[in-house]
Design a protein around this ligand. Structure first.
Ligand code: FE2
Length: 205
């Protein structure tokens, strides 16, 4: 895999710009969809936008494309803002062991962008439901987060930038470093100057 990537690098470096429009959907697993809907809709105030079952033939057998290997399981979607969907599969109870969020390839946590007032409302809702959380903590300059575990033991974070007021926070500009700032860390990775120049070509001087 790595060899293929290196072999094609000169070609990919000359092709057109790729546009990323944020997360289309983030897919997670639960073994209790009702409990999950209760938490995301009732506690957090997210909107359920689509409820379905995975069509037959995609769970087991050759139709599977990496989705959970169970037939016709529930697959629900929530609006997580910025035109992105939070999705859950419902795997049969007892069919899968609990995951290790610190394992390689696992999702450690996900942070949702919120306004300061919304973060305060989420804290009030968590308090009202006696759900413990950490924070707010300043996790990067000007960015304040709270951390909570959902009922599936998925680690969630809610981040706000008070400097942006109640509007949508401008996240990337807030954390984007200069070349020199990034280089201070990147030089611990390699001393290949050509690689370093490529890796930081999207940063200002
Ligand atoms: Fe985080």
């Amino acid at each position: 895999m790595a060899e293929v990537l290196v072999a094609n690098r000169s070609q990919t470096r000359t092709e057109g710009k790729i546009n990323f429009y944020g997360v289309h959907h983030l897919a997670l697993n639960t073994d209790d969809m009702k409990m999950t809907v209760d938490f995301y809709v009732d506690v957090l105030g997210m909107r359920l936008v689509h409820a379905m079952k995975v069509p037959p033939g995609l769970g087991t057998g050759p139709g599977n494309r990496g989705n959970p290997p169970f037939e016709e399981i529930r697959h629900y979607f929530f609006d997580m803002g910025r035109d992105g969907l939070l999705a859950f599969f419902e795997v049969p109870k007892g069919a899968k062991e609990k995951g290790d969020r610190n394992a390689l390839g696992a999702m450690q946590h996900v942070s949702f962008a919120v306004s300061p007032e919304s973060q305060a409302r989420i804290r009030a809702r968590l308090d009202a439901n006696r759900i413990p959380y950490d924070g707010p903590l300043e996790i990067l300059p000007g960015i304040f987060s709270i951390y909570v575990f959902d009922p599936n033991d998925i680690r969630l974070e809610f981040s706000c930038q008070p400097s942006n007021g109640e509007g949508e926070p401008l996240i990337v500009p807030q954390v984007t470093q200069t070349k020199a700032e990034a280089m201070r860390e990147l030089r611990s990775l390699t001393d290949d100057e050509q690689w370093l120049a490529w890796a930081t070509r999207g940063l200002r001087e």
